[in-house]
Design a protein around this ligand. Structure first.
Ligand code: AMP
Length: 249
């Protein structure tokens, strides 16, 4: 079975994001970019499935500009077998990405796709669900445990109401939650080996996919600054403030 892992290049989670002066978006010039952290978890899970014999090949796919090749090399260094860049100059949005991924899944005849549950830049949490809808496949989102056995996948899902366990028939779309696993680091020899692993570039138009944005960003603004705190003299004063000012108790 082939497993596809979509990986997105995003602003590194350690970077304090700054809004552009004209409010049109966030500053990305000279900013450290990395693989979306949930996608690292998805890569790790796919590698564990291959190591356990449940998958034969793991393919990382990124949709975006040629800079995404760096993210794909990171996935290759972690251990994926090969990588595909769907190159587009358009701003990537969940529906366009899902359409591009559907085309790759169909070309590769993959039976399992493991995505991150959300990208930390847009926080959309939509791509996996849209891809499942486009392909007509079952979906196990927010997975914190996955086990694959002949033809079925049992997924424990993290929901607001607690843990839910579902059994799905392959082919399946999964999205990785934080507690699914702890991703491995790429070792230096593997980083060197990754340079020689195959990375194919196709354009969105080669795949016949319309990537035109459907959403328009009207304005991006900084969250309001936090006001300064105050020191209280004793517990009684604190309780009084919580009761009369904050009105939380
Ligand atoms: P989102 O719906 O934008 O929150 O993204 C959810 C997941 O979809 C991410 O964790 C990735 O696995 C995948 N994804 C989103 N955008 C891209 C992209 N441009 N290239 C590859 N994968 C993506």
């Amino acid at each position: 079975m082939k497993v596809i892992v979509p990986v997105k290049r995003v602003v590194d989670y350690n970077v304090k994001v700054r809004v552009k002066a004209d409010g049109s978006g966030i500053e990305t010039a000279n900013v450290k970019m990395s693989m979306n952290p949930f996608d690292e978890i998805a890569v790790e899970e796919a590698l564990r499935l291959r190591e356990a014999g449940a998958a034969e090949e793991v393919i990382a796919v990124s949709v975006g500009t040629s800079a995404c090749q760096e993210t794909l090399r990171t996935a290759l260094a972690m251990g994926v077998d090969r990588a595909i860049l769907v190159e587009t100059a358009e701003e990537t949005q969940p529906l366009g990405v899902a359409k591009a991924l559907r085309a790759v899944v169909e070309r590769e005849a993959a039976r399992l796709v493991v995505l991150g549950k959300q990208a930390i830049d847009d926080d959309c949490n939509q791509t996996g669900q849209m891809l499942a809808g486009l392909l007509g496949w079952g979906q196990g989102t927010f997975a914190s445990k996955i086990s694959v056995s002949s033809g079925t996948v049992v997924v424990t899902r993290e929901t607001d109401a607690g843990l839910e366990t579902v059994e799905l028939a392959l082919p399946v779309i999964l999205t990785a939650d934080l507690r699914l696993n702890e991703p491995r680091y790429a070792s230096l020899p593997n980083i060197m080996k990754a340079k020689k692993k195959p990375l194919t570039v196709v354009t969105a138009s080669d795949l016949g996919v319309d990537m035109a944005p459907r959403l328009q960003t009207l304005k991006v603004t900084e969250p309001p600054r936090r006001g300064g705190g105050v020191k209280v003299a004793d517990v009684a004063a604190l309780v009084d403030k919580l009761k009369t000012e904050a009105r939380v108790i």
